[in-house]
Design a protein around this ligand. Structure first.
Ligand SMILES: [Zn+2]
Ligand SMILES: [Zn+2]
Length: 311
């Protein structure tokens, strides 16, 4: 099997083969789904749902429900194939009791089901494949599942995909994301919806700066500020400075902005880091917006940037 890399999404951390990455992503921390593909096809799907601790299901029950939903799905599509469990064994995932099943239907699948009492989420991880690939798939699946982590005691959640790795306070939940060849970004919001953390990038930095925008600030203004932030309020610039990103050895431009108004508790304070990552040829931004607290906006941006890995 190829070399492994770290992947983290919605509080799930994995070590995956280097040529896998996020292909489909839906939902949120409580109820969601993602799929990891390599260049050829889907390799791993994980779905999860919030179930309160008092109602914690057994792994067998989770598996049973999942098989039922597979059967329902086949029926709906008028496919006459049965779902049969060829093999089933108890196992552990991140110290939780889990059940691993080898299932045959239209295709073969390896499915593992477990309940995480720490994050109060029920998980199903599955890989689907033609029967003749069983040996290879089982090996890859086991390697990934053995190192899977579904909870953390850290007050941050790590997000790592497509070459970046960043820690965002767990309080902030993913509220919006976009992955396109021109621009990718993630928006996180606190439960009240007042405060925001966001970061993202455009690839082909050299071409963008030569042909589309005069500098990184214009890029940020046109693609992020005007399209996503203006609705929060009209921001004016109060200060700007350069900062050395020690971890990545890039130089960043740091902007301090705030909305108009007299009463500071009603104002929004924004701190923006902008930098060019030559290693991946990307233009990056990271920003924080905090309502009513300039210092908090700055401290939050500083602490996230301390650990931000852009390449
Ligand atoms: Zn867990
Ligand atoms: Zn970089």
């Amino acid at each position: 099997m190829s070399e492994l890399k770290y992947f983290a999404w919605q509080g799930i951390e994995l070590m995956i083969p280097k040529d896998w990455d996020l292909a489909v992503d839906a939902g949120n921390f409580d109820n969601g789904y993602f799929r990891l593909d390599d260049y050829v096809k889907p390799r791993l799907e994980i779905k999860w749902e919030k179930i309160k601790f008092e109602k914690a299901p057994t792994s067998d029950k989770l598996l049973e429900n999942f098989i039922k939903s597979m059967e329902k799905n086949l029926k709906k599509r008028k496919i006459q194939t049965k779902v049969s469990i060829l093999e089933k064994q108890n196992t552990k995932v991140a110290e939780h009791d889990a059940v691993l099943a080898y299932v045959r239907s239209v295709q073969d699948a390896l499915i593992v089901a477990w309940y995480c009492e720490k994050s109060e989420r029920a998980f199903i991880a599955q890989t689907v494949f033609p029967a003749k690939e069983y040996d290879n798939q089982k090996k890859a699946f086991n390697t990934v599942i053995q190192k899977l982590m579904c909870h953390t005691s850290d007050e941050n959640i790590t997000w790592s995909a497509y070459g970046f790795k960043v820690k965002i306070p767990a309080l902030y939940r993913l509220s919006n994301r976009k992955f396109t060849s021109g621009l990718s970004y993630l928006f996180f919001m606190d439960p009240k919806g007042y405060n925001i953390v966001s970061f993202g990038y455009s690839s082909m930095a050299n071409v963008i700066l030569k042909e589309y925008y005069s500098d990184i600030e214009e890029w940020f203004n046109e693609l992020i500020y005007k399209k996503n932030l203006k609705k929060i309020g009209k921001f004016k610039r109060k200060k700007e400075e350069n900062a050395q990103l020690n971890r990545q050895k890039h130089e960043a431009r740091v902007l301090y902005l705030e909305t108009y108004g007299f009463i500071s508790k009603f104002k929004n304070y924004m701190v923006v880091y902008l930098w060019n990552c030559e290693n991946l040829n990307r233009l990056y931004f990271l920003l924080t917006i905090i309502k009513g607290n300039r210092t908090k906006a700055k401290d939050l941006a500083t602490s996230i940037m301390k650990d931000f890995q852009c390449h």
